[in-house]
Every structure is written in structure tokens, then in C-alpha cells.
Write a protein that binds this ligand. Structure first.
Ligand SMILES: C[S@@+](CC[C@H](N)C(=O)[O-])C[C@H]1O[C@@H](n2cnc3c(N)ncnc32)[C@H](O)[C@@H]1O
Length: 215
């Protein structure tokens, strides 16, 4: 992999103080390598420059590590190429991750690379509409979407997959209004327990992570 990939990954991890060991970094590099290789045949990502991929896909996914410290199961809805679920599984091999997406070829990538890297990730090719039993999706300690839908559409769907005491997360690429996030949560019996607004360390791209829990 390009040295710029390693520099961007290392500086992003360091700048954000993320708990990512050497074994995880090796897995992240292999995941990125497979993502770029598959992307030549299957459209998985528009980001193909190694350093940008390290920051905008890997570091941006790993940002969730601190808030997932107590979780044992994660459901990633609309995961595409496994983002954020697969980078998180590289760093947390004790986390049981389910990635779901409505596009079968994206889940084919998730399944193949999880098997190749021996990651604790299951891929399910289904559209999540909020009926866990019909869709064969688990309820999870943490349910996340990244770049899937506006919170007013995501929260009612994602809330149905929460295990008792679980946390619903939305990874958003733009500024968000706290009052609106509180209101969409309240309509589903959820309380907004966190809104982390930050910049990615190299590009300075704005990001936000909203977290809700059941009242
Ligand atoms: C913009 S992409 C984001 C992919 C990935 N989360 C990321 O951050 O790169 C949105 C993905 O959500 C999937 N998707 C949209 N609606 C969905 C639904 N209801 N259930 C499952 N997947 C869905 C699409 O197929 C697409 O792969």
C-alpha cells in the first residue's frame, strides 16, 4: 500500500486518540487493499486515493471506538462496502458485527473479505425497513448508519433494531441541529445522549455523530 495511506491512517488515529493496535492496523490495510481491488470491478466507493481512503473511510469509521466500548453487538444498516462496520471489526475482534445493505454485490464484498480476513462480520443482503424478524436482522447493543438517510427517516427504522439498553447512532457528514435530533428521538421514545461534532484531522471535513438511548 502507498506510504501516504500509512501516514494518513497513523496521523488520524493519533490525532483522535483512537485505541487501534498493530494487529488492527494490519487488518485495516488488508481491508483497504481488498476494497480498492474490488472497486475496479464493483462500484463500492468513489474515494480511491489511498490517503483519502484512510482518513475518510477508515479513520472516520474508527471514530466510534470510544462510544462502542461497552457494546458486544453492532448492526450497521446501509453499510455499503462495510462502513463503518468492517473497520470497527478490524479494531474490535470481540465485537459481533452485522452489515446489511439492499445491494447484493456490496454484501458479497463484505462476506468475501470478512472470510478472507477472519473478521467477526456477517453480511446480510436485505433492505432494512424496521421489521427485524422478517428481515433476519439481529437486535444489537449498537445500531449505526453512516451516510444513509436524514435522521428523521433513520431514527424510526433504526430504533426497531435496538436491544434492551442499546444505543442508536447516526454518522452525519454535515452540521446538524440539536433540537431537531432531540425531537426525532423523542417521537420514538429515545433521548439524545450525545452529539459529537468534529473535524477529520487532515481534510478538516466536518462530521457529526448523534447518539440516542431509550428513555
Ligand atoms: C451512501 S451509501 C453509504 C454506505 C456506507 N455506509 C458508507 O458510509 O460508505 C448508502 C447505502 O445504503 C444502502 N441502503 C439505502 N437504503 C437502505 C435500506 N433501507 N436498507 C439497507 N440498505 C440501504 C444503499 O444500497 C447504499 O449502499
Amino acid at each position: 500500500m502507498d506510504p501516504a495511506f500509512h501516514e494518513a491512517l497513523a496521523s488520524g488515529i493519533e490525532a483522535l486518540g483512537l485505541p487501534v493496535d498493530e494487529a488492527a492496523r494490519a487488518l485495516l490495510e488488508r481491508y483497504a487493499d481488498r476494497l480498492l481491488a474490488w472497486n475496479r470491478k464493483v462500484n463500492l466507493t468513489a474515494i480511491t486515493a489511498p490517503a483519502e481512503l484512510a482518513e475518510k473511510h477508515l479513520v472516520d469509521s474508527l471514530v466510534l471506538l470510544p462510544v462502542l466500548s461497552g457494546a458486544r453487538t453492532l448492526l450497521d444498516v446501509g453499510s455499503g462496502a462495510g462502513l463503518p462496520g468492517m473497520p470497527l471489526a478490524c479494531a474490535r475482534r470481540d465485537l459481533s458485527v452485522t452489515c446489511c445493505d439492499g445491494v447484493a454485490k456490496k454484501i458479497a464484498f463484505v462476506k468475501a473479505v470478512s472470510a478472507e480476513l477472519d473478521l467477526p462480520v456477517r453480511g446480510v443482503a436485505v433492505r432494512a425497513e424496521g421489521d427485524p424478524e422478517r428481515e433476519g436482522l439481529p437486535r444489537a447493543d449498537a445500531v449505526v448508519s453512516r451516510a444513509l438517510a436524514d435522521p428523521d427517516r433513520w431514527v424510526p427504522v433504526g430504533a426497531r433494531y435496538l436491544a434492551e439498553g442499546g444505543t442508536l447512532l447516526a454518522m452525519l457528514g454535515r452540521e446538524v441541529d440539536r433540537a431537531a435530533l432531540e425531537a426525532v428521538g423523542a417521537a420514538e421514545g429515545l433521548t439524545l445522549v450525545g452529539l459529537d461534532v468534529y473535524e477529520l484531522p487532515i481534510s478538516r471535513a466536518a462530521r457529526a455523530v448523534a447518539r440516542w438511548q431509550r428513555r
